[in-house]
Design a protein around this ligand. Structure first.
Ligand SMILES: [Zn+2]
Length: 184
């Protein structure tokens, strides 16, 4: 980049260090022409264009806050919200795009939220997809039913992938009679 003082088109890096949280690199640079020093910061750019046209950095916190609202009164833990936030960020970063719209972010939320809680999903989708009638809700519930049936069809027999629900818990033998040793 150009020297901010004299506009010389080149600069030399004299120091380079990663910030504590590892999300950016600060470089101390020196202009070979005027010898003045300046600092640049390198971060992984991910901007979100809002409906108003305003652009702001992607914020995982904002995603989580939005989803938390939809989860009010639902059995969803803060931990689950944090995990959802991480999945959404990974998904939007994986697109490789440096600029997204709020619509893209909303779309990335729908999938993980559907897995997390169906009621919260419907609440969120009703706002995101601007439901304005019962028909819209009915259609969304119909979609969910179809998806669930498809999943049940595809699921391999006996491979229960339901988290935390297992028939064969550890040490669940209960009172199995032990054969007597002195049976003579
Ligand atoms: Zn300069």
């Amino acid at each position: 980049m150009h020297c901010p003082f004299c506009r010389h088109p080149d600069s030399r890096v004299v120091d380079s260090r990663t910030t504590d949280d590892g999300t950016s690199i600060r470089r101390r640079r020196q202009c070979p022409d005027c010898s003045r020093r300046f600092t640049t910061v390198e971060t992984c750019s991910l901007m979100v264009v809002k409906r108003s046209g305003v652009t702001e950095p992607f914020s995982r916190t904002k995603v989580i806050n939005g989803v938390r609202k939809a989860c009010q009164g639902r059995p969803v833990t803060e931990d689950a919200l944090a995990q959802l936030g991480q999945r959404v960020e990974e998904a939007v970063r994986a697109t490789g795009s440096a600029e997204l719209t709020t619509h893209d972010v909303g779309l990335a939320i729908l999938g993980p939220l559907q897995e997390l809680d169906l009621v919260a999903y419907l609440r969120f989708a009703s706002v995101y997809r601007a439901f304005d009638s019962l028909d819209d809700f009915e259609a969304a519930v119909g979609e969910l039913r179809d998806q669930r049936e498809k999943r049940l069809d595809e699921e391999p027999q006996g491979a229960g992938r339901e988290p935390g629900v297992k028939d064969c818990g550890p040490g669940g033998t209960g009172e199995v009679p032990v054969p007597a040793t002195a049976a003579d």
